[in-house]
Design a protein around this ligand. Structure first.
Ligand code: KG4
Ligand code: ZN
Length: 343
């Protein structure tokens, strides 16, 4: 089975082809191309939706051709075409969905509308033999949730952020320190040379019951600390990054401990862009071990947005016959657990 996946929900235009020889986890990445729009957005300090949509449109056909060439395949060798159909910046999502529908229609292949969050949630099974169900910490630029994952389309949300996402908090910290965009990797790099105990920061939700998160208070506190720093205080900046990262680690570990107690699972999976952070992975490994569980994370380059995660979710859905109609409408909002209250 071979599925082509298109991802255009934010600022990466990404196309991948994933193959799978047998049912169950672990597939093969036959091609994986990403065009990152960072240069387009850098001078604005964040992603500009209109610019993103136009850049996706300019690149998408070329990237599909490049992916096919990399895999040594033609369109007729594919079993289905998948695309992120939400949630995300709707202009970009529409570009990817239209491209996928066009290919599916022209070659009479099934079309698969993929929830971007489901892409993150299932990626781990592309590279590791992880069985359902598992506990998932989904941490990205727009989301911070704990979920039980039972299979494609089958999620129970245990908790979510009541305000900001954790990736957003990394990006804001980086912006305040003038470290550029996206901020997560830059904060992690600077934190490596800092003292994680030096700066005391608030830990919203820490040691409270339940599995919800909050980051807005931390964001405000970081801003106040940055304002109090001298511009040439390189060590102070590194210490602040390290302390910020440790504080986020404290909160994520605490929330995961509650989730593991409420919904015991042999496997804790972390996914989404922030899962690329090796310090945070270490903290989550500790908390998993304390609860008799094992932390499993996708390879770092599959944590941030990519086409392989969409193609793989497509493989998982196609196996179950969960194909979509060509009149499927992109969804700017699309929760994984439709029964959970909107936040
Ligand atoms: O999943 P993703 O690529 O896009 C969304 O779906 O949002 O996540 C992007 C987020 C950004 O906020 C970025 O700063 C963060 O992931 N990120 C990191 C790291 N790499 C990316 N955060 C912390 N440490 C990292 N190494
Ligand atoms: Zn994402």
């Amino acid at each position: 089975m071979r599925v082509l996946g298109i991802e255009t929900s934010c600022d990466e235009t990404a196309v991948a082809i994933v193959g799978s020889a047998a049912p169950g986890p672990v597939g093969t990445i036959l091609a994986n191309v990403v065009y990152s729009q960072q240069t387009e957005h850098r001078r604005f300090g964040g992603v500009v939706p209109e610019i993103a949509a136009r850049a996706h449109l300019e690149r998408i056909d070329g990237l599909v051709e490049q992916a096919l060439a990399e895999a040594g395949l033609g369109l007729d060798d594919l079993d289905a075409i998948a695309a992120t159909a939400g949630p995300g910046l709707i202009g970009g999502v529409m570009v990817g969905v239209m491209a996928a529908k066009g290919l599916a229609f022209a070659r009479e292949k099934p079309f698969l509308a993929i929830n971007h969050l489901e892409g993150h949630a299932l990626t781990v099974r592309l590279t590791e033999p992880v069985a359902f169900p598992y506990l998932l910490l989904l941490v990205s630029g727009g989301h911070c949730q704990l979920l039980t994952v039972r299979g494609p389309g089958d999620f129970t949300r245990l908790g979510t952020t009541i305000d900001d996402a954790v990736g957003e908090c990394f990006d804001k910290t980086a912006k305040l320190l003038g470290l550029g965009f996206p901020g997560g990797p830059a904060v992690e790099r600077l934190a490596a040379g800092g003292d994680p105990q030096r700066v005391a920061l608030p830990r919203p939700m820490w040691r409270k019951p339940g599995c919800d998160f909050s980051f807005s208070g931390l964001k405000t506190a970081v801003r106040q600390k940055v304002e109090a720093l001298a511009a040439d205080d390189a060590q102070g900046r590194a210490d602040l990054c390290a302390s910020f990262q440790r504080t986020v680690g404290d909160v994520l570990a605490d929330r995961c401990a509650n989730a593991l107690a409420l919904a015991p699972s042999p496997t804790l999976v972390v996914a989404g862009g922030v899962a690329a952070n090796l310090y945070l992975r270490g903290r989550l490994e500790e908390v998993a071990a304390r609860h008799g569980a094992r932390l499993v994370a996708p390879p770092v380059k599959l944590c941030t947005d990519n086409g392989a995660m969409i193609a793989w979710a497509g493989v998982e859905r196609l196996r179950l016959g969960l194909v979509d109609d060509l009149d499927f409408r992109p969804r700017p909002r699309w929760p994984l657990d439709a029964a959970a209250p909107l936040r």
